[in-house]
Design a protein around this ligand. Structure first.
Ligand SMILES: [Zn+2]
Length: 151
C-alpha cells in the first residue's frame, strides 16, 4: 500500500524520476558490454567504452545484503531527523535482475523481517516538506509480501 503524496518533488535531479508517484531509478547501460550503471555516467568502468544509453532501472529486485543504520549519517547529505528524533533504519543492496545492485534505504528496520533474497519493490519515501509545502521525496525499497503488496 502506497500513501498518495500530494505534491512530490524529487530530492535530487537526475537520480530518479517519479512515475505516477512511484520512483524509477535512472541508470545507464553500456552499448558495448551491457554493463549497467547507477547513477548515470559516461564512460563504462568495465570496458572503458564511451557509448552509453539512458535506461530506467527495474522497480523490483531481491535483497542482496542489508544492515541497520543505528546512528544518524553525516549531514549533509543526510536530511532526516537527528538526535532524539532519529530512528534506526534499514539499508541494503537490492539486486535488480539483469542490471545491477543498488544501495538504498529500506522501509523495514526490523532484522526479523529482513531476509537476504527476499523480493523488494521501490517506493517513494518522504524526507520532509520544503518551503513551498511540497513533499520532498526520495526512494526506498520495501519488502514485497506473499500476496504481492508492499508490507
Ligand atoms: Zn562497457
Amino acid at each position: 500500500m502506497t500513501t498518495p503524496i500530494a505534491n512530490p518533488v524529487a530530492v535530487a535531479d537526475g537520480i530518479f524520476t517519479l512515475n505516477d508517484g512511484q520512483p524509477v531509478l535512472l541508470g545507464s547501460r553500456c552499448t558495448n558490454c551491457d554493463n549497467h550503471m547507477f547513477p548515470r555516467q559516461h564512460g563504462c568502468p568495465r570496458c572503458m567504452f564511451n557509448e552509453q544509453v539512458d535506461v530506467e532501472l527495474a522497480t523490483r529486485g531481491t535483497l542482496w545484503t542489508w544492515t541497520v543504520q543505528a546512528f544518524p549519517p553525516k549531514a549533509p547529505p543526510y536530511l532526516g531527523p537527528v538526535g532524539d528524533d532519529f530512528e534506526p533504519f534499514g539499508v541494503g543492496y537490492v539486486e535488480l535482475p539483469g542490471q545491477l545492485r543498488v544501495e538504498a534505504r529500506l522501509t523495514e528496520s526490523d532484522p526479523e523481517k529482513l531476509q537476504i533474497g527476499m523480493e523488494m519493490e521501490i517506493v517513494p519515501f518522504v524526507l520532509g516538506t520544503d518551503e513551498d509545502g511540497n513533499d520532498v521525496v526520495t526512494y526506498a525499497f520495501a519488502p514485497v509480501t506473499q500476496n504481492g503488496d508492499q508490507s
